[in-house]
Each structure stands twice: as structure tokens, then as C-alpha cells.
Design a protein around this ligand. Structure first.
Ligand code: PLP
Length: 360
């Protein structure tokens, strides 16, 4: 990223030398991403992040003249980037089926299959849920979508780099969303994989950047940082995932043993190794977030987008756990910056915070 700054102030759309250098930075980054994903270079469209990638996928498919119909199948546990976009599309005449997960937080393939109609134009199911970490059966859903000839989008923002075998060709998906900051890359940059031949309408109109799907001058430095993060993670993700899984398991079992009235949302399901969502009966999660923050520990209540509002998590509600569990659940995400020594401090702080919350 610093090299980008040193290289001058060129715009990748400009013909002069500085512009051409900026274009090289963007295209080299696109090549890195395409190689790691095992896709063709022009199939990568850079966006401002996961939200924009999801918007481009959904609005792009439904806005295309070639859409198969006006019906979308998605799930009730998607990120708001998908759910809120579906609501807007509903207001413009689309119909949407929101499939519920089972009590472990996993959406059954049969439930998706049951919603398929002759006018279904898109199936959109996330690869891993951002609150519970539950992995969704995206390979089976991809195969189903293929068989029925329906485009399949997956939001892989949480799963990418943390789960092996989630490559677009292996999953049979036509569209896949990514975000750099989930891979310890810079914030405000992401990408949408768009399978060659997929008909998409543009989301941002204006310039002809990103194959006219996303007009606007590219975030050159962000894109370079994104590609570097992908490359670094690609070289280490198996060991790093195993390390984080061990830390997560140790955190989870210490909490369950030390604090009565706790349960893991999504226990029993296959989950991301770095995430856990735990319900603390009788406690308000937003108050626990504040208590831990005072001790220098950053956790969240529900998804980051809903936190601060003390709204019950739509994911936990969809799992049938009830409003109380949804308001008392904390999400812990572990990353490169965490080490084994962090776990006892977090558990001790939680023991005190939960005790105070239940007493108070
Ligand atoms: N999708 C999922 C599953 C996410 O977890 C997030 C971010 O938390 C997003 C989409 C949005 O990504 P971004 O913050 O890059 O817009």
C-alpha cells in the first residue's frame, strides 16, 4: 500500500505513466485474487466492500433484462446487506422467500429446494453466518441451483480464508461476495466474483470501470491491500484456522464451565473456527459489551451493524431461540491479534461482568 503512495497520484483510467502504474497495481491485485479463487481474472469486480458486493449481486441479477423471473430465495439469517436489499427489491415488485434455519442455525437444503418456482431468478445463501459462525450447505445448494438452472450467489465475507474448499468452481456458485477487512485487510474494499456469462445490470452508473458494473475511480491503495491480505492469508490459513479453533474451543469451554446459565448458539453445527455466539441467561448483552470494553476487551452483541441499538439478533430469533436469548447473546471473534494468554483474562472479566449484571 505504501508503494502505491510512492508511485504517485495516477488515476488508473488515465493514459499517462502515473495512470498506467496505478492501473498495473489494480490489475496485479485482480490477478492475485483470481488465482487464489481459481477463477478467470476478468471475473473479479472490485467494490467498496461486502455490502456493495451483495447489493451488486442481488440488484444486478434482478435488474438484468435476462433475469429468469422476479422471485428470490434467500434465508432469514443473512447479513443486512442481503436482507435489506431484498426488502427494497420486494418494494419494486420482486417476491422473496426467506428460508428459516433449523435450531442449530443451519439452513436445510430441502427447505431451499421446496421454495423453488418457475420464476425463481436467484438463490442467495451465505457461506457462514457472521453471528454464530454456522457453515451453510453451500456446495449442496450450488449443485441444486445448477441442476435447476438458477443463478446462485453466496456471501462468503465471513467464510473466505477460514474454510477450505469454498472456491466458486467447487461450490458451483455464479456470484460470490468478499470483504477485505474480514481478512485483516483494509476497510472499505471488497469484491464480487461474477461468473463469465452471468447477466448483471450495473449498480453504480457513471464511468466504465469494472466492466461497467461499478462506475467510479477504483480505490487503488485499498485494492492493493486487499490482494496482499488474501495472499498472506492464503499462505497460512490452515495453521491459523487450527490455532484459532483451539483458542475458540478453550474460550467456549471455560465460559460454559465457569458461568452457569450459558449456552452456545449453533452448538452441534459445523462452525467457523474463530467465532462463537454465547447466550448469558438473565443478562443484557449490550451491558456486557460495555463492561468488557472497560476492561479493554472488544466483543459484540449481535452483528456489528445492529449493535449499539440493543435490537434482538434476527439470527438467534430465526433459530427459534426467543427474544430473551437474542438479547442476551454475545459474539466473540478471534483473529490474528489473539493469543492463548488472552483467554483467562476474558473469562475472568466475564465472570465478574455476568455476576454484576445478574445481581444488579
Ligand atoms: N456480509 C457478511 C456476512 C458480513 O459479516 C459483513 C460484515 O460484517 C458484510 C456482508 C458487510 O461487509 P462490509 O462491512 O465490507 O460492507
Amino acid at each position: 500500500m505504501l508503494q502505491c503512495l510512492d508511485a504517485g497520484f495516477g488515476n488508473p483510467s488515465s493514459l499517462h505513466r502515473e495512470g498506467r502504474r496505478a492501473r498495473e497495481f489494480v490489475e496485479e491485485s485482480r490477478e492475485i485474487l483470481a488465482a487464489v479463487l481459481g477463477v478467470k481474472v476478468p471475473e473479479i469486480v472490485f467494490t467498496s466492500g461486502g455490502t456493495e458486493a451483495d447489493n451488486l449481486a442481488l440488484r444486478g441479477v434482478m435488474g438484468s433484462e435476462k433475469a429468469r423471473g422476479r422471485h428470490i430465495i434467500t434465508t432469514a439469517i443473512e447479513h443486512p446487506a442481503v436482507l435489506a436489499t431484498c426488502r427494497v427489491l420486494e418494494n419494486s415488485g420482486c417476491s422473496v422467500s426467506y428460508v428459516l434455519p433449523d435450531e442449530t442455525g443451519v439452513v436445510p437444503v430441502e427447505a431451499i429446494a421446496a421454495e423453488i418456482r418457475s420464476d425463481t431468478a436467484l438463490i442467495s445463501v451465505m457461506a457462514a453466518n457472521n453471528e454464530t459462525g454456522c457453515l451453510q450447505p453451500v456446495r449442496a445448494i450450488g449443485a441444486l441451483a445448477r441442476e435447476k438452472g438458477i443463478p446462485f450467489h453466496t456471501d462468503a465475507v465471513q467464510a473466505f480464508g477460514r474454510v477450505t474448499g469454498l472456491l466458486p468452481t467447487e461450490m458451483g456458485c455464479d456470484l460470490l461476495s468478499l470483504s477485505a477487512h474480514k481478512l485483516s485487510g483494509p476497510k472499505g474494499v471488497g469484491a464480487l466474483y461474477v461468473r463469465k456469462g452471468m447477466a448483471l445490470g450495473p449498480m453504480l452508473t457513471g464511468g466504465s470501470q469494472e466492466r461497467e458494473l461499478r462506475g467510479g475511480t477504483e480505490n487503488v491503495m485499498g485494492i492493493v491491500g486487499f490482494a496482499q491480505a488474501v495472499q498472506v492469508l492464503n499462505g497460512m490459513h490452515v495453521e491459523e484456522s487450527q490455532r484459532l479453533s483451539r483458542l475458540r474451543d478453550s474460550l467456549e469451554s471455560s465460559i460454559l464451565t465457569r458461568i452457569p446459565g450459558t449456552s452456545v448458539n449453533g452448538a452441534g453445527a459445523e462452525r467457523l473456527g474463530n467465532t462463537t455466539s454465547i447466550a448469558f441467561a438473565g443478562c443484557r448483552a449490550d451491558l456486557l459489551v460495555m463492561a468488557l470494553d472497560l476492561r479493554g476487551i472488544s466483543v459484540s452483541a449481535g452483528s456489528a451493524c445492529a449493535s449499539g441499538t440493543a435490537r434482538p439478533s434476527h439470527v438467534i430469533i430465526a433459530m427459534g431461540k426467543g427474544k430473551e436469548a437474542a438479547l442476551s447473546s454475545l459474539r466473540f471473534s478471534l483473529g490474528m491479534g489473539n493469543a492463548e494468554g488472552d483467554i483467562p483474562a476474558v473469562v475472568e472479566s466475564l465472570v465478574e461482568a455476568v455476576h454484576a449484571a445478574r445481581e444488579g
